[in-house]
Ligand binder design. Sequence first.
Ligand code: SF4
Length: 197
Amino acid sequence: MERSGLDRRLADAVERVGHGLRALSQRTAREHGLTPLQQQVVLALTAQPEVRREVSALAAEFDVTKATTSDAVSALERKGLITRTPGQDGRRRLLALTAEGAEVARALEPWDEPLLRALDGVPEADRATTLHTLLRVIAGLQRSGVVSVARTCVSCRFFRRDAHPDPVAPHHCGLLDAPLPLAELRVDCLEHEPATT
Ligand code: SF4
């Protein structure tokens, strides 16, 4: 399919952002003696609900193999930053941060501050439209198998597209039974359930 010059430039711009974030993540991880994946694991263990704090769930979340995630987890265990405890079924091994790991997580938390600062001064309407567009891109990448896990509004079975005439809040959440302002679309919603189509 022939692509417009705009699509090409958008793809190049997104790739450029990706390069910048990878370099930033490598720098902040190195400052704490971690690899970027180990940094992701530490940060995920502060944010994810218990059900996702295990190797296979994290591997899917990060789009890497279980073996690679398991290596990162073992390295973090050796560094004294995380522990594994049996889950309720006795088989699963739930991961948790140690006190030292929680301290490292707190220090890592502002790792993407330069990205947030770069958004300063962009009008809210533009940021909201960008969020909406990026969620549609993520959903497209999920459909084509590039992204494994995305719990966003636009890929949710409760999402009703263009249910309202208001351009600021055109969509609707069937679970909350409320309009969804573009600026409040969720990127990682706990109530998300995948749409079937
Ligand atoms: S349940 Fe969550 S992800 Fe689904 S539409 Fe509602 S707010 Fe969005």
